[in-house]
Design a protein around this ligand. Structure first.
Ligand SMILES: [Zn+2]
Length: 484
């Protein structure tokens, strides 16, 4: 099954969500076979349902207005976020959505190995809800034994929803961006931890098919992504199912991995943070040894900018903020590297703190508050620039999913970074002010080059191709695509 049709299937699902989806993606796989490894389960990364969950009748705030009064400057993390469990997550997210259905949408992006829903909250774009413009992904708990990571993402949702209408910065983020929050990527692992009192790092894959999950079973979801999956042999992940870093039988073999990939295929996130717990660090792609990062690596510039503005972390040594690193130890098949490779996302992994010891509740509060600025800075750095975004269309004004290159950046892993299928949107952080040349190309068309001078701000450059692109090559407006 070729990937473009699958991307369209995803877009079709999003169409059902009421998003402005127009899609007939034109590209071959954006993960070359060489990078994706064996074409097994990875050949179907974008299949499956993405669906909005119904809005329950509830008191509704009037559209696009916030509550009265000024919000507290630095609110304490809520116990409700710190104490959430897999079985209470849906109710918590539904309450958020029901309070502000004008701003929030609750979406089921997939189903876990054991049948639990994978839930996302999409927040933003003010009253328009058109999902145009840039999207940012925040996810937590790829490892089910790191619940603090989930609390950090839930805290972001609460912060945005409670301050909208009362905080000009938040209003701007929600007007110009969509945040996709996936608080719990691995509910099966978390649930196993609750049952056994330990373990839970890996997902719910039942290797021996006996219908029971044993402590040693499961796949390490953050070794299961298709970019350089298993590339380091036993050094970056393990081929042994009982190992804590078991990479799975094939790239993207796990439904949780594929759900995140499907979402990324639809949104083309400009920035992303995946939260983990176990150290204090901000990891920049490519994390995997021997993968050659773009040059210059604007993701590193963005990470350094964020790290320099982070408050002191309770677990860090005095004077040390968030160290910016490529890696802490050898890994392969990670989510942030796949996002970077597939879509050019400035995708970071934040190790949000050491594992809890002592007074876990007080510690958790301190850590959530301390890490909170990370996603704000990611948003702020894109909106304040230097960065660039715009829409690619054909001469008839139809959106085109085209490759958008910045010629001053050398891509060294065969990356193919395209404008978004449904609306032709592209977005990139830039490493600094300067003169850049964008080259836009699509199969069968002469590439179009546009020079652009960018200062310290966000530049907007829409690119209209001089030809009418055949419907098979353009994103079709108003036509509901086949589900593939
Ligand atoms: Zn982790």
């Amino acid at each position: 099954m070729p990937r473009p049709r699958q991307a369209c299937a995803t877009a079709a699902m999003l169409l059902l969500l009421g998003a402005a989806v127009r899609c007939a993606d034109v590209w071959p796989a954006s993960v070359p076979a060489g990078a994706a490894g064996p074409a097994t389960a990875a050949a179907e990364p974008t299949r499956g349902a993405v669906r909005a969950l119904p809005v329950q009748p509830a008191p509704v705030a009037s559209a696009c207005t916030g509550g009265p009064g000024a919000p507290p400057a630095d609110p304490a993390p809520a116990d409700e976020d710190l104490q959430v469990a897999p079985d209470s997550l849906r109710a918590l997210l539904a309450r958020h959505r029901n309070r502000r259905p004008d701003l929030a949408e609750l979406v089921e992006i997939g189903t876990t190995r054991q049948g639990r829903p994978l839930l996302a909250l999409a927040l933003g774009r003010g009253c328009r809800r058109d999902r145009a413009g840039a999207a940012i992904l925040l996810d937590g708990s790829h490892h089910g034994d790191e619940p603090l990571a989930t609390a950090i993402v839930l805290d972001a949702a609460r912060y945005l929803l409670e301050r909208q209408g009362r905080d000009a910065r938040v209003d701007r983020w929600l007007q110009e961006l969509t945040f996709w929050l996936v608080p719990l990527v691995n509910p099966d692992g978390w649930q196993a931890r609750l049952r056994f009192g330990r373990g839970g790092r890996k997902n719910g894959r039942d290797h021996d098919g006996d219908g029971r999950l044993w402590l040693s079973e499961g796949v390490d979801l953050n070794r299961n992504y298709p970019f350089r999956w298993g590339a380091l042999g036993q050094a970056g992940s393990s081929s042994r199912p009982a190992h804590r870093s078991y990479r799975g039988p094939a790239p993207a073999s796990e439904p949780e991995t594929r759900a995140l990939m499907r979402l990324a295929e639809a949104e083309h996130f400009v920035g992303a943070i995946t939260y983990h717990v176990g150290a204090v660090a901000l990891l920049v792609p490519y994390t995997i040894d021997f993968a050659r990062s773009p040059e210059p690596n604007e993701a590193w510039s963005v990470a350094s900018w964020i790290a320099a503005r982070m408050p002191r972390h309770p677990d860090a040594a005095p004077g040390i903020g968030f160290p910016v690193r490529r890696k802490l130890y050898a890994v392969d098949g990670t989510s942030q590297d796949w996002l970077r490779f597939a879509h050019g996302t400035a995708a970071f992994l934040i190790e949000a703190g050491l594992r809890p010891a002592g007074n876990p509740a007080a510690r958790a509060r301190r850590i959530v508050r301390s890490v909170r600025p990370s996603w704000m800075l990611l948003a702020e750095r894109f909106l304040s620039g230097p960065s660039i975004d715009g829409y690619v269309s054909d001469a008839a004004g139809r959106p085109v999913s085209a490759e958008v290159e910045i010629l001053e950046t050398e891509l060294r892993e065969g990356e193919l970074w395209r404008s978004r299928c449904r609306d032709g949107y592209y977005a990139r952080y830039l490493p600094g002010p300067g003169r850049y040349t964008l080259r836009v190309s699509a199969p069968g068309l002469a590439p179009v080059e546009r020079p652009v001078a960018v200062g310290t701000e966000r530049a907007r450059l829409d690119i209209a191709l001089g030809v009418v692109v055949a419907p098979a090559l353009a994103c079709l407006d108003g036509v509901e695509p086949s589900a593939g």
